[in-house]
Design a protein around this ligand. Structure first.
Ligand SMILES: [Mg+2]
Length: 449
């Protein structure tokens, strides 16, 4: 529930990493590199490579069997190579002899079209061809639970309205401080940490930046939070709705497009200080929201966060409808300030690259087609939403969202058939596995029918 600072921060971290990883390893005392990539389901995969071998790996990539991860490949496919991007290098703050690298996937000498980082880079290139740079920030909510994940870790964290609870925040000081210190040391511009609206739930904010840099950091943030929590004997989860009566974990995205160093969403004469371009981008998100949901809310569990009944704290803080508003947290899109908006739909399970790519693809469609976002609704959507005629509803489950994505010519054209078809194929298998699962609820309600 944080605002992002107004000042722009450039991607300084990118330029500081030298291209020769062997030399960097010597200079910085790195003994091992994690050559990593993110698969279609958001899984972080890696090979741990000794510094002595990094030179060759930097040139040719680390080899993987693509079928063994969620990439829509076959066991008969040739080697998949993860070619590290040296500018993404991050030394693990809790173990600096290891350097983490985001990679781009290559097979048979060709970029893998459905690789999430490649998909995002392709979207950013399309925006760049129009003269735009996407800048974004993410708010990654997570729960700190017991090591087995069955309950929140802090047994004293039981308030009905625990948001911003100082004592509950400070009882996790050791973990929060280590994560925040790490972000500060990495130069991310970390600026606040708080206890969120659910018992056991936290959020930590760092500066917004170029969307690819934000996506790489988002990937690393999740890994870092999980690793540091584990070090302290806890477990961190970004699961969208781990406890049914508590507020779920969202991943709100703050978005702006920039042109020649200026915020192109900013217009002092525009409504709420947002330009026509910004409203067309919002119009694209509204037009494509149901299909986009398959990417931004990618799990069976995601749909227990959106469209959810009121939680113990009094509100879900998640949207139910495809609507936008001013500074009001009950809609899918909030305009909290001039020159940007907050997209509140996505959740903690979203693939960091596909999240940014999907938002940009929908927004560029809005710009290309001058999509009208409709009328801004300045009402409490939770209490007065039923009075609004014709507001589009969000998909009620993953299958609805997948069907919307399947029908979406806009997203298939923008993100490419290899990504959309491959994703839907794998997600359909996942849905089928889920729907074959017999639940206790069914037995309770059907046994005596
Ligand atoms: Mg929040």
């Amino acid at each position: 529930m944080a605002r992002l600072p107004k000042q722009v921060k450039d991607a300084e971290g990118r330029s500081s990493a030298a291209a020769d990883l062997e030399a960097v390893a010597r200079e910085r005392g790195i003994k091992y590199f994690l050559i990593s990539y993110v698969d279609l389901f958001g899984g972080l995969r890696a090979k741990l490579v000794p510094a002595a071998a990094i030179g060759e790996m930097q040139r040719n990539g680390a080899g993987f069997a693509g079928f063994a991860t969620w990439l829509d490949m076959s066991p008969a496919d040739p080697d998949l190579f993860a070619v590290p991007d040296p500018s993404s290098l991050i030394q693990l703050p809790w173990n600096p002899e290891v350097g983490w690298l985001a990679s781009d996937l290559v097979m048979d000498g060709q970029a893998v079209a459905q690789a999430p980082r490649t998909v995002l880079k392709a979207q950013l290139a399309k925006a760049e061809a129009l003269g735009y740079e996407m800048k974004s920030g993410v708010e990654c909510e997570y729960f700190l639970t017991t090591a087995d994940g069955s309950a929140i870790h802090d047994g004293a964290d039981t308030a009905v309205k625990p948001c911003y609870d100082q004592s509950a925040l400070m009882r996790q000081y050791a973990v929060i401080k280590e994560i925040c210190d790490s972000m500060l040391a990495l130069g991310w511009g970390a600026y606040q940490n708080d206890h969120e609206d659910a018992n056991g739930q936290f959020e930590m904010n760092w500066n917004y930046d170029n969307a690819l840099l934000t996506a790489d950091r988002h990937v690393f943030f999740k890994y870092m939070v999980k690793s540091i929590a584990e070090k302290h004997g806890l477990r961190a989860t970004f699961m969208p709705k781990p406890f049914i009566n508590l507020t779920g974990s969202g991943c709100h995205v703050h978005v702006s497009l920039w042109k020649t160093g200026a915020n192109a969403f900013s217009d002092p004469k525009g409504e709420l200080g947002v330009s026509d371009l910004g409203y067309s981008f919002i119009g694209g998100l509204i037009h494509n929201a149901d299909a986009l949901c398959a990417l931004t809310n990618p799990t069976v569990n995601s749909y227990k966060r959106i469209n959810a009944p009121r939680t113990v704290s009094g509100a879900t803080w998640a949207p139910n409808t495809v609507t936008y508003t001013g500074n009001n947290r009950t809609h899918m899109i909030r305009i909290p300030d001039a020159g940007r908006f907050e997209f509140r739909l996505a959740d903690g399970a979203a693939n960091p690259y596909l999240l940014q790519a999907g938002v940009l693809a929908a927004g560029l469609d809005g710009i290309a087609n001058g999509r009208d976002p409709g009328k801004r609704l300045d009402i409490n959507m939770y209490t007065d939403g039923h009075k609004v005629k014709g507001a589009k509803r969000l998909p009620l489950n993953l299958l609805d969202a997948m069907r919307a994505l399947e029908k979406s010519k806009v997203l298939k054209d923008a993100l490419g058939a290899p990504l959309v078809d491959g994703y839907l194929k794998l997600k359909t298998e996942e849905w089928n596995a889920y729907s074959r699962h017999l639940t206790q609820w069914e037995r309770d309600n059907t046994l005596d029918i």
